[in-house]
Design a protein around this ligand. Structure first.
Ligand SMILES: NC(=O)c1ccc[n+]([C@@H]2O[C@H](COP(=O)([O-])OP(=O)(O)OC[C@H]3O[C@@H](n4cnc5c(N)ncnc54)[C@H](OP(=O)(O)O)[C@@H]3O)[C@@H](O)[C@H]2O)c1
Length: 241
């Protein structure tokens, strides 16, 4: 088995996920570029390799059981283990999504990708992560999932949302539950908020770059063995639940 750190970033063909992949590649780590569209995946892998990263493509739709199982097989055959999983793929489900008028398909779409997708990918890859000396899982959440921020008068809350923001609250809760179950293992699992970054997700209205947003995920992916687990962090530190 290679001594090189083996990583997988879901939704790595663009936006924050691409920058996470670039950042992990810059550490000298091998980066699996999880992406569902072949052309976008190949383009991202080419760009990452041109920048010096040891990148490889991993066909991956987080909403599809067969696709996730195939991704696990690809990683098993390529490396025999996984050291870092970044669950970054995410969707809003479509806006607007005010609770009283929301189209239920928006709720289902957001939950299927942002929550069920994370469980599907994490559980399929856990056998490979358990073979790592220092496994790390990073769930890309958002401060809009913070109920504390949502209910504080001066908090950063984002638009009123019946799908996207609650999906990130669910993801945060899920991160805590995984950490509890895995507390007697060497797996560290944390949620990250990248801040409001200009990407396709928000029509590029964000005020930070995707590269800035990627930094917290890269930090949580490279935690020391005595690092935190079951927490929620942005670049300033702990984010309230
Ligand atoms: N941008 C922000 O301000 C912000 C703030 C807080 C949290 N976040 C979170 O950060 C993460 C990345 O967001 P972003 O802003 O970089 O958005 P983005 O530019 O829209 O990128 C989203 C990525 O997820 C992928 N994806 C979506 N559904 C997928 C699926 N079913 N299977 C595999 N990949 C899928 C997309 O692939 P395709 O190209 O195929 O669609 C794309 O690569 C998300 O979890 C988001 O919720 C973003």
């Amino acid at each position: 088995m290679s001594g090189q750190t083996i990583t997988l970033v879901t939704g790595a063909n663009k936006g924050i996920g691409y920058e996470i992949a670039a950042g992990l590649g810059a550490l000298g780590w091998s980066v699996g570029v999880g992406a569902r569209d072949e052309a976008r995946r190949d383009a991202a892998v080419r760009r990452l390799r041109a920048g010096g990263a040891d990148a490889f493509g991993v066909p991956l739709d987080v909403t599809d059981d067969a696709s996730v199982a195939a991704a696990a097989r690809l990683l098993e055959e390529r490396a025999g283990r996984l050291d870092v999983l970044v669950n970054n793929a995410g969707v809003t489900g479509g806006m607007p999504q005010t609770p009283t008028t929301v189209d239920l398909s928006a709720v289902r779409t957001a939950l299927e990708t942002n929550v069920v997708g994370v469980i599907r990918v994490t559980n399929a890859l856990l056998p490979l992560l358990r073979r790592s000396a220092s496994p790390r899982i990073v769930n890309m959440s958002s401060s809009v999932g913070s109920l504390t921020r949502q209910t504080s008068s001066d908090g950063e809350t984002g638009p009123i949302s019946a799908a996207y923001a609650p999906s990130k609250s669910f993801l945060n809760a899920l991160t805590v539950q995984y950490a509890k179950e895995l507390r007697d293992t060497n797996i560290l699992i944390n949620a990250a908020c990248p801040g409001y970054c200009a990407t396709d997700l928000n029509g590029h209205r964000g005020v930070r770059t995707a590269e800035q947003g990627a930094a917290i995920a890269i930090r949580l992916a490279s935690l020391a063995d005595d690092g935190p687990t079951g927490g929620f962090f942005d670049e300033d530190g702990v984010v309230p639940w």
